[in-house]
Structures are given as C-alpha cells and as structure tokens.
Design a protein around this ligand. Structure first.
Ligand SMILES: Nc1ncnc2c1ncn2[C@@H]1O[C@H](COP(=O)(O)OP(=O)(O)OP(=O)(O)O)[C@@H](O)[C@H]1O
Ligand SMILES: [Mg+2]
Length: 505
C-alpha cells in the first residue's frame, strides 16, 4: 500500500481514528477502541478492513464480527464500496459475519479430511432447529413426562442443551445423582431427551452454536490449528455485548498472534438478559494484559442538543469513568444546523401522544421538506410496534404507516436516524419490569444504558414522550412517567404544559 493510499483512506479521520486504522499489531499487540455512541467506531472498523486488504491481506484471512445479520451486511457493503474507490477488483470480497453465523460455519465445515459435525456426534451436516419443531418437541415432552411447568419455562430449559449438559456435568461430579422425582432431575431428563432428539435429527439450537464451535477448537488441535492459520486478523464490533462463550471464541481464534481489533462502548451494554457478560471489558484486560486502548470523544452523528442530553444520563458515574460526547459533525443539513432542543413531553393520554407525533411529523415534512422515511419511532418492547404502526396509519394514512420507521431500541443499536421519537417512557415499560420479576439495580442500570442507546440514535432532532394514561387491553390504565425522562429532564428547563425543553449552552 502506498503512503498516498493510506493518506486518502484516512483523510476524513481525526487523529485517534487514524491511529486506530493504521494500528500495527506486530509492534503493539491487540487493540481495544473504547468510545461513546456515534464516535465512528464502526466507521473505523470498516476502514481498518479496507486498510488491511489494501495492504495485501486476503479477505478470507480476516474475520469481522458484528452483532446482527443486518449490521454484518451493512459493514460488508461499506468495505466493498470503499475498496472499489481504490480500484480493488479481486473477486475475493470481505464479508462480516455474526458470532452465530461464523460458529455455524465452523461446525458445518470439514477440516483435515473429517467433518467437524461428526466430531460433535452428528451423522449429517446439522441445521438449526425451526421454531415449529421446537414447539412440537416441547409439547410432546410435556405430555410424555406429564410436566406441569409453563411453556415459557420449558422453552428456557431447551435454550442450549449441549452447553447445559457440560455445565451440569461439572457441577455433578461431587453430587449425588438427581432422581427423576425432583425438579432438577426432571429438568435434566427433559434436556437429555432434547439432546438425543437433536443429535438423531441432526439439529442444533441457536443457543448452543457458539459453545459447540468453541468445543471443536478447544478439543481438536487440528481444527484449532486450521482456523488459527486461516484467520490472521480478527475484528469485533460492539464488544461490550460479548458473552463468555464469545470471548472464548475470540481468544481461540486470535491466538497465537493476537491480531485483535475490538471496538465497543461500556455505556451501550444492553444484552445482559441474553447472556452478554457485564464483566467482558474487565476480562479483556485480564486476558490480554498488554492490550492498547484508544479513546475517541468527537461524535459525528448528532446535534449538540442531543449530545448535551445524552451526557446527562450517566452524570452519576465517577468522573473518571464518564465519557463525554463532544459535537464533531459538520453538516449543511438544514434541520441539523438549527440544533433544535430535545423535546420532552408528558401527554395526558396515549391518544394525545399519537396525535402529537402525527402533527409533528406533518409539520416537519412541510417546514423542513422531510419525507415519511426520515422519522423513526423507537420503543422498548416488541409488542408496542403494532400500536404505533396503527396509530400512524390512523392519523397519517397507509403510505405513512409503511414508510415511517418502527424499531425496538435493541434492534436500533449501531444505527442512526434523522428524526427520532423515543416513546412510552413509563415505569413498568421503560425501565421494563418483567411480570413477577424484581427490577434489580443491575437491571435498572442496563435499562438506563438502553435509554442512552435510544437517545444517541438521533441525528437531527429528538423527541421523548410518556403518557399519564394509556389504553392497555381495552382499558384505560394510569401510568407513571419513567425516572429516565424525569431525571434527564430535570437538567432542562421546565416550561408550561409539561413541555421540557433542552437548554443549548
Ligand atoms: N471522521 C469522521 N468524519 C465524518 N464523519 C464521520 C467520521 N467518523 C465517523 N463519521 C460518521 O459518523 C457517524 C457515526 O459513526 P459510527 O456509526 O461508526 O459510530 P459508532 O461509534 O459505531 O456508533 P454506535 O456506538 O452507535 O455504534 C456515521 O455516519 C459515520 O460515517
Ligand atoms: Mg457502531
């Protein structure tokens, strides 16, 4: 790669970003890029892929891991486009994947003349069990063993049967064998039957995929050598949501060279409920004691008003752990340059909230010449989707209902939208309290990080709203505003009619 190329590739990067893109693993070891939302972590990671390839690294010898299929697709496309700008025209193109798709790929590959799945006890190349097959199995076993557990609980039992077997094997060694008559005995029997069923039908579960891949790498040195040779560079986005299994996979694949490039933001760890490890960043420093850290503070996504609001969310954290987001974006977008305050509103009813959203969308479309697709509604729970979609349909018609974006905050991770309505900020919903479960401090903190993720998706304008009463299953129910809206809002001026307006310094 010529110096000219390196310069062109990093021409839009700030100095920290440039340092990361051009980082030398051979000299400095693994790298962790730790920075807040919108600071260009994914942008740097993508640019880094291009840098490596322009330096002669084959796309097939690097692995870029990200969180969802959609994010993987976007990352691959961006890298490919950038490579085209540099006249790169090999048929070998970089492809980002998820931890799960990489694991499935490892499980279904042959190494040194033997199929990896056979090493795991499958007789044919396994595929992922379908939802229907799983439901049917659970119903059958529930009948056969006359189980009285709820369907929900049985589903949890069946999440990762192979991993569970190993874990309980470890616990079991010093204990008496469970009898079928007690709870854990029944659970174990059901899980054993599930494993037999999966093996017999050459099926596996989503929950076991990463575990099975790490098992292969741990137990078979030929498999391990093969992948450690094949993958010379490992890059991981959204590291903060990594599970212990995934960290094991990272370790196994990056050894012995440890050409490891991780990016993440501890303030955006939102998958604790799905097994992500809140300690994964601390563990990183233990596993790779010499790891370099680069931080970035400039945000290239949002207006100063949105960033000021976001910066209040973690103001109770110790100063040295706080990461401030500073406005770094230069844009001639009309709405962006107005730097409008964050608009926070508590409505008397959910209908009033709906009418307000529709009115604001219409007003901005005419005053700012925006399109329906410039607006995205973000909510805490999947089940809120239909409500808001119907609401927009009722207020604005079919076309609007189709084009306005609707996302749970979880699925908006890593993405950005011109105008965001962050809705339903009511206790019980957000922070979400599961039926019959306690909202622990730990869960509360995770919900708060989720709130931060939602806030930092907005590029040009952010609305945040709650209702004092809401229709739930045909009944009007009294609601309380979420502490998130009240606490973040208390830093802002309170204007008449419960309109809270962000102060722009
Ligand atoms: N140096 C830069 N100059 C101009 N734009 C930039 C720069 N760096 C990043 N961007 C842009 O800023 C936006 C946010 O970047 P990106 O999505 O990579 O941030 P992120 O840190 O990954 O955010 P998140 O934490 O939400 O995943 C993108 O539109 C990106 O293209
Ligand atoms: Mg990102």
């Amino acid at each position: 790669m010529t110096d000219n190329h390196a310069q062109k590739l990093t021409e839009f990067c700030n100095s920290s970003q440039k340092k990361a893109v051009l980082y030398d693993h051979a000299k400095n070891g693994p790298l962790f890029l730790l920075a807040g939302a919108g600071s260009g972590k994914t942008f740097v990671l993508t640019t880094r892929i291009v840098y490596l390839i322009l330096n002669g690294i084959s796309p097939s010898s690097l692995v870029a891991l990200t969180f969802t299929e959609a994010a993987a697709k976007e990352m691959s496309e961006r890298a490919i486009n950038k490579l085209n700008d540099f006249g790169y025209s090999s048929p070998l193109q970089p492809r980002a994947s998820t931890f799960h798709s990489l694991s499935l790929n490892i499980i279904t590959t042959e190494v040194t003349g033997k199929a990896n799945w056979e090493r795991l006890g499958f007789t044919q190349k396994p595929s992922v069990i379908s939802e229907e097959q799983k439901v049917k199995f659970i119903q059958d076993i529930s009948k056969r063993l006359t189980l009285n557990q709820s369907f929900q609980e049985l589903t949890e039992w069946m999440d990762s049967p192979f991993y569970t077997a190993r874990k309980s094997g470890e616990v079991q060694q010093n204990q008496d064998t469970d009898s079928f008559s007690n709870h854990s005995g029944i659970k174990k029997a059901a899980q054993t039957m599930y494993r037999d069923y999966l093996l017999e039908h050459n099926l596996l579960t989503f929950g076991d995929m990463v575990y099975l891949a790490t098992t292969l790498l741990q137990e078979y040195s030929d498999v391990r050598n093969y992948y450690q040779n094949k993958f010379q560079y490992l890059l991981v986005d959204e590291y903060q949501d990594t599970s212990p299994d995934q960290l094991t996979l990272i370790k196994l694949l990056s050894a012995p060279q440890n050409n490891l490039f991780l990016v993440g933001d501890d303030d955006q760890a939102i998958y604790g409920f799905r097994g992500a490890d809140s300690q994964c960043i601390e563990k990183l420093f233990k596993e790779f004691p010499g790891i370099s850290v680069i931080k970035m503070e400039l945000n290239y996504r949002s207006t100063a008003s949105v960033l000021n609001y976001a910066n209040t969310i973690f103001r109770n954290k110790p100063k040295e752990l706080q990461k401030r987001l500073l406005p770094g974006k230069i844009s001639d977008n009309n709405l962006f340059t107005k730097n409008l305050p964050v608009i926070t509103r508590i409505h008397p009813t959910s209908l009033a909230e709906g009418i307000w959203i529709a009115e604001e969308i219409r007003r901005l479309m005419s005053e700012e010449l925006l399109n329906w697709s410039d607006f995205t509604i973000l909510y805490r729970l999947n089940r809120q989707a239909a409500y808001y979609r119907n609401l927009i349909k009722g207020q604005c018609g079919d076309e609007a209902a189709k084009e306005v974006g609707y996302q749970t905050i979880h699925s908006s991770k890593g993405l950005q939208y011109p105008v965001v309505f962050l809705v339903g900020l009511e206790t019980g919903t957000f922070p979400h309290k599961h039926m019959g479960k306690e909202l622990t401090q730990e869960k509360y903190e995770e919900e708060k990080r989720l709130f931060y993720v939602g806030v930092t998706r907005a590029e040009n304008l952010l609305y945040i709203s709650a209702c004092r009463s809401r229709m739930v299953r045909g009944k009007m129910r009294k609601q309380k505003a979420s502490p998130f809206i009240l606490k973040a809002g208390s830093f802002f001026t309170r204007v008449k009619n419960q309109v809270l307006t962000g102060l722009v310094p």
